[in-house]
Design a protein around this ligand. Sequence first.
Ligand code: ZN
Ligand code: FE
Ligand code: FE
Ligand code: ZN
Length: 269
Amino acid sequence: MLASLADYHTHNLLCKHAEGWPTEYARHAADLGLGEIGMSDHSPMPGYFDNWRMLDEEFSTYLQSVEAARENHPQIPVRLGLEVDFFENGGDWIESLATRAPWDYLIGSVHYLGDWAVDDPSLVHRFRDQKVEVVWDRYWTLFRLAAKSGFFDIMAHPDLVKKFGHRPAGDLRRYYEPAVQAIVDAGVAIEINTAGLFKEVHEIYPAPEFLKLAAGAGVPLVISSDAHHPAEVARCFHEAVALARQCGFTHTVRFAQRQRHQVPLPLGE
Ligand code: ZN
Ligand code: FE
Ligand code: FE
Ligand code: ZN
């Protein structure tokens, strides 16, 4: 079943919290018989920002390391991407990043609410300082701005803010519906990201209710591992395919030079 899937969300040692070079991720993907592999390490930020991304000086090393993965593993298409942090007033920076390489796709992520990375385990105590509704409102407001910005091909881990299990009470479609509308308006794809299974929430990103709304609206889908180790490539893709089908998806999409095309989901086995 993996031959009809791609994994476009993978990291490498340049971000300082992942292991292995892109060529090791490509080798693992080729060994699995995956259809395509894509690299999408955490983008550089202007100046020194935090310690979990490549430095701007390492950008050319990143591009060379993806090129090396391509040369070493001609049996599998290796796509060039980037996981780009969306932040308020970051438009000029993100636009400049978009011109710096022949990207196959750009993934847009909301990790930061102001100076707070909501997925940072060392800052999880900040959830205690405010109502979860307030945090969710801020997160989803930024998420909609990111989707609508037009900078990205794929929106990453749509409900990342649930990572540690903080969720408001009641029907969460009040957050999901406007987000899916922004995605539809922008014509951007989303990912099913299996990494959430291994976080405190123990749940794929995004929630099934979000996926049902997205599938109903015809949103393009990719399935991603967010691998931070070569052995995590395509992790839990069986579960992800089952979830995608249950929620109404019939296809995933692939990217080359920021052009998108559809591939049917595998039937499973
Ligand atoms: Zn990471
Ligand atoms: Fe991320
Ligand atoms: Fe990531
Ligand atoms: Zn990620």
